[in-house]
Design a protein around this ligand. Structure first.
Ligand SMILES: Cc1cc2nc3c(=O)[nH]c(=O)nc-3n(C[C@H](O)[C@H](O)[C@H](O)COP(=O)(O)OP(=O)(O)OC[C@H]3O[C@@H](n4cnc5c(N)ncnc54)[C@H](O)[C@@H]3O)c2cc1C
Length: 405
């Protein structure tokens, strides 16, 4: 076990591992990547692996475009495998008010240089025959979208960080970040202390616990997200465009000859990680398949196959939601050396290559490479929020991830 490091990254999911990789790549820094479980073993490998380029804001579109470039060059860059498919996607409105959102998406997408076009319901059906035109009011084709194997990203970045000299410490629980005189001085772990002036809290569902152990409050809520992978189905090709039904908040993409699909339900299940005990593992999270059955019923006119396809795998994880739908990235106010890489809003794996590099630059250069203030933890500075308000607003962000009106 090392006893000192220039930077300690707490958590080896997509966000922590990418940050550790880009820090190590900078050279000249000793970087330690710690995880209380196995490396890259918690929420990240359970994701859908979908990359959605049509975001609500321009900053997120710029970051996701950068992430797309990094996904394409991942293996050349890191020496690690990453299977990805450039499938494009179809965003579907079933209500007139959501068709207006699609029109605004089209404008923004074109302005931002995305490959977007509005297509008729019949053309959408031709592009992906599993989408039926019934009840479709408007459809947006997003050519830039893609998907990848979610099990390869965090572990790939972590291994690549190690190849560049970072120390990986699995099964090492950070119990407390030590702070003296407003500055980080080290971390206390289950394997002893490590001296450091910089920590990155990338502890995923446990981000709050890590911060709160040092008296730092951070407004994010661990939130369940579940998905189903079906058995192989006749006619499913890997390059069929992914589907997103806006108001139902249902998504589906090809996966090993079948579909992988899930939903952002109306009434999400939130967790207080403290109450789950210190050894809780995401694989033990309680699942509820009724949520998906009800979602399949909701979209039965558009994607009827979801009702009948046999379930091969049912899994879930605990990403983190924020009240404004933005990540929490950057230095904590009032504590020198304490950085966050969290608040992923169920989209942190796909963007992790871009935000990992940006955060590494922020730490080393003292400023972010682009204006990341919409994601900065300082945006909460003057606001007192109640848990009830945080959950209510986070639930709204969750259900409206696709921008439904
Ligand atoms: C079903 C589902 C579908 C999803 N679909 C997508 C998608 O299509 N596209 C997308 O981009 N995202 C998607 N996501 C979201 C994505 O999974 C997350 O945004 C991303 O994985 C978050 O990564 P993370 O690094 O924050 O968390 P994690 O991967 O959970 O990593 C956090 C790590 O911190 C460690 N840790 C916690 N506490 C401590 C401690 N005290 N000491 C040491 N280590 C600690 C944990 O053990 C864990 O390994 C999906 C998620 C789910 C569950």
């Amino acid at each position: 076990m090392i006893r000192e490091a220039d930077v300690v990254v707490i958590g080896s999911g997509g966000l922590g591992a990418a940050t550790a990789y880009y820090l190590a790549k900078r050279g000249g820094l000793s970087v330690a990547l710690l995880d209380k479980h196995d490396i890259g073993s918690q929420t990240s490998p359970r994701a859908a692996g979908m990359v959605s380029c049509m975001r609500k804001g321009e900053l997120m579109i710029e970051l996701i475009k950068d992430a797309c470039r990094k996904i394409e060059t991942f293996t050349v860059e890191t020496g690690q495998p990453l299977d990805w498919v450039h499938s494009g996607s179809l965003k579907i409105a079933r209500r007139p008010q959501d068709a207006d959102v699609i029109a605004a998406d089209l404008d923004r997408g074109r302005r931002m240089g995305l490959d977007v076009e509005q297509v008729s319901p019949e053309e959408a059906h031709r592009l992906n025959p599993f989408l039926k035109p019934s009840g479709v009011v408007a459809a947006l084709r997003i050519g830039d979208d893609r998907y990848f194997d979610p099990t390869q990203v965090a572990i790939g970045f972590a291994r690549a960080a190690a190849a560049k000299g970072a120390t990986l410490s699995p099964r090492t629980d950070v119990i407390e970040v030590c702070i003296e005189g407003g500055k980080v001085t080290g971390v206390q772990t289950s394997s002893g202390p490590i001296q450091t002036a910089v920590v990155v809290d990338a502890a995923g569902a446990w981000t709050r616990q890590v911060a709160e152990a040092s008296g730092i409050r951070v407004p994010l809520v661990p939130t369940r997200q579940q998905l189903i992978v079906t058995d192989p189905l006749d006619g499913v090709r890997a390059d069929l465009p992914m589907l997103r039904i806006m108001d139902a908040a249902v998504y589906a993409r090809p996966c090993q000859g079948g579909f992988l699909w899930g939903v952002y339900e109306e009434d999400p299940r939130f967790f207080d990680m403290q109450s789950l005990g210190p050894s809780f593992d995401i694989k033990d999270m309680p699942l509820d398949i009724e949520v998906l059955r009800s979602a399949a019923d909701d979209v039965k006119a558009q994607i009827p196959i979801l009702q009948t396809a046999k379930v091969r795998e049912f899994r879930g994880g605990i990403p983190t939601m924020t009240a404004d739908g933005q990540h929490i990235l950057g230095p904590a106010p009032a504590v020198d050396g304490f950085f966050f890489a969290s608040g992923c809003n169920v989209a942190g794996l796909s963007i992790s290559p871009a935000v990992g590099e940006a955060l590494a630059a922020w730490i080393v250069d003292g400023k972010p490479p682009v204006d990341l203030s919409p994601m900065s933890p300082t945006r909460f500075n003057d606001q007192a929020w109640s848990e009830e308000q945080l959950r209510r607003e986070s639930a709204w962000q969750y259900r409206h991830f696709y921008g439904a009106a």
